[in-house]
Design a protein around this ligand. Structure first.
Ligand code: ADP
Length: 599
């Protein structure tokens, strides 16, 4: 070992401290981020709600302004006190307004109601646009009841009070009632709308029959789009209800679930307020609708409710919050995973560097030993002291043996370099596995016999061919045989080599097993023995020659043939390497059989 164990321990401790710090930092960041995202979400929700509310206020303002414009256009500026004259004035202005074509769709019709004695007289335009007394249309029933209720109440009030009229009868939906303008009144005691003589009741009303379909389906959606953005209808549900009876739905943008819009609304605004300057008697404050005591609770007869389609703004914000949290969590996890991967890779790189250093040290030693032997033998041969034929033969054999070891080592290193460059298989041909095994045994014969190993070979007959590089495969099997000799010494020096058709494989493969009855490979080493330059503890301790590249090359060669390799080893029972190589495609086999029969 060139890297001392203290340095290694220090490095390991440092990397664990780093990982720990990273975990703590990521945890703290995650916590902070969680809290910030929560705060940002609350702020975002408040902002969205405020902006929605502001948008609705603008919608209400614009809608009101359209209605006010229409009311002002039709209401006479200098009203005549006589009901018929007043109605004629309204008629003229209504005709002029229609002719000007301004927002005509907004109002379906206009009526004038005057109090004449104890009666309410309704005047509606005839075919020529003249406002003449007419019967109350059926759909204005509620308005009629409302106005009559007011008068009745007034009369009752004059006689000492009484219950207010039933408000539920007043909810005539499409009809917008505007009290008569200031200055109108049939004479003393029945003065105009509070302009003279103190708080008197009005006695004329203009009735605007709003075009509800147009208002709900065109005017309002257009205003919503203008003030809440182009995607308003895709984002929000809308509903319009009567102010006094929110359960009475006048309009919903979507049927079904939209009916609950009013119950869970994100924002709400009043619509259809009476123009304040026309509504409020001079000299008096407060809001009211028509006569005293009949006040509206809000600023308008209608209420517009808006709810986000997701359920509520809270839900939208909560979803965004969860998405943000998920992204943040993902990023933190990614950072941790990257750090873990980085540490893993750097440790592997460090281990590889250590192995390479060990390899250099080991190879230098491995090279020096045979070179020293060769050098000494050559020196002895050269000196004339001892030149008996036996001695010459002995030195010659020594030189051959040691140069053979050198050659083997150099070949192993060169093959490894070739495998890294991707040129481990060069000449792929149809091969009979028995030939490969035979050639491997032959080239390992000296080593096997020198160590007094018995070989038991068992090759199934008629095995299909494989497509492969004969030299590479022979090299692989030879490495396994040499390893069995080097590390498989036991009570019985035995090597078993078997080949058969793989019984388990889903695809046809040939299985080659090389086994020994040696001391086996410790379980913790089994994962590493295929790593380049790795040498087992026992190999190092017992100074068994090797480079740590033999099994790496076997693995590379098998993988280059699209095969698989496994090791089974039990302490004191022995080791078995199993190679599985796919058989050559059928056309390959047929072609070979034909050429063999021709040959
Ligand atoms: P080398 O033989 O040069 O050390 P290898 O890559 O061939 O390199 O083998 C790696 C390690 O695997 C060896 O150092 C040894 O510890 C272990 N090993 C290989 N074959 C056997 C075997 N048949 N029995 C026990 N250990 C083995």
């Amino acid at each position: 070992m060139t890297v001392n164990s203290d340095t290694q321990r220090r490095q390991a401790r440092l990397s664990w401290i780093f990982v720990g710090l990273l975990f703590v930092l990521c945890g703290a960041l995650g916590l902070l981020q969680y809290r910030w995202i929560g705060e940002v979400s609350v702020a975002a929700r408040d902002r969205m709600r405020a902006s929605l509310q502001a948008g609705l206020e603008r919608v209400s303002r614009d809608f009101q302004s359209e209605i006010n414009t229409a009311c002002r256009a039709i209401a006479p500026e200098d009203p005549k006190p006589e009901p018929a004259e007043f109605a004629a004035q309204v008629g003229e202005r209504y005709a002029a307004w229609k002719a000007a074509g301004q927002a005509v769709q907004l109002v379906r019709g206009v009526g004038v109601v005057t109090r004449e004695g104890d009666r309410l007289v309704l005047r509606l335009p005839d075919a020529d646009g003249k406002f003449l007394p007419a019967a109350w249309p059926a759909e204005w029933k509620g308005t009629q009841q409302f106005l009559e209720g007011v008068i009745l109440r007034e009369d009752r009030g004059a006689r000492g009070g009484g219950p207010p009229p039933d408000e539920s009868t007043t909810f005539e939906v499409p009809v917008f009632i505007m009290p008569g303008p200031p200055g109108f009144g049939p004479g003393p005691g029945r003065g105009g709308f509070g302009d003279r003589g103190g708080p008197r009741r009005g006695s004329a009303w203009m009735v605007f029959d709003l075009n509800r379909k147009y208002v709900m389906e065109s005017a309002l959606p257009e205003l919503l789009q203008r003030h809440l953005g182009a995607a308003a209808s895709q984002e929000y549900l809308f509903a319009v209800t009567l102010h006094e009876a929110p359960s009475q739905m006048l309009y919903t943008s979507d049927p079904g679930p939209a009916s609950s819009v009013a119950a869970n609304a994100d924002a709400e605004v009043d619509l259809l307020a009476i123009p304040p300057d026309m509504l409020r008697p001079r000299g008096r404050g407060g809001r009211g609708f028509g006569p005293d005591g009949f006040r509206m609770t809000g600023g308008g007869r209608w209420e517009l409710w808006v709810r986000h389609r997701a359920g509520s703004l809270e839900t939208v914000v909560e979803r965004t919050r969860q998405r943000n949290l998920a992204v943040t969590g993902g990023v933190l996890l990614l950072i941790l995973a990257s750090a873990a991967a980085l540490i893993r890779f750097s440790r592997r790189a460090q281990r590889l560097a250590e192995l390479q250093m060990n390899f250099v040290a080991g190879v230098s030693h491995e090279l020096r030993t045979p070179l020293t032997v060769i050098n000494t033998a050559a020196y002895n041969l050269q000196s004339s002291v001892n030149r008996s034929p036996e001695q010459v033969a002995k030195y010659g054999a020594l030189i051959r043996q040691e140069s053979g070891r050198l050659k083997e080592m150099v070949e192993q290193v060169l093959s490894f370099a070739g495998s890294q460059a991707g040129s481990i298989t060069r000449d792929v041909q149809p091969l009979a596995i028995e030939d490969i095994i035979e050639a491997s045994l032959e080239s390992s014969r000296t080593v096997i016999e020198g160590a007094h190993f018995a070989v038991e070979k068992e090759v199934a007959p008629d095995l299909p061919l494989i497509a492969g590089d004969a030299r590479a495969l022979q090299h692989a099997i030879q490495n396994l045989l040499t390893n069995a000799v080097k590390y498989g010494k036991g009570e019985r020096n035995w090597i078993g080599i078997r080949a058969r058709l793989d019984p388990d494989g889903s695809q046809p493969r040939i299985e080659i097993r090389v086994a020994d009855r040696g001391p086996g490979i410790p379980a913790d080493e089994q994962r590493q023995i295929f790593d380049p330059f790795y040498r087992g503890k026992r190999a190092v301790q017992d100074q068994i020659h090797g480079t740590g590249l033999g099994l790496t090359l076997v693995k590379e060669i098998v993988l280059a043939h699209r095969g698989a390799i496994a090791v089974h080893s039990q302490p004191e029972k022995g080791t078995e390497f199993v190679l599985r190589l796919p058989v050559a495609p059928k056309e390959f086999q047929d072609e070979f059989a034909n050429s063999a029969s021709r040959g």
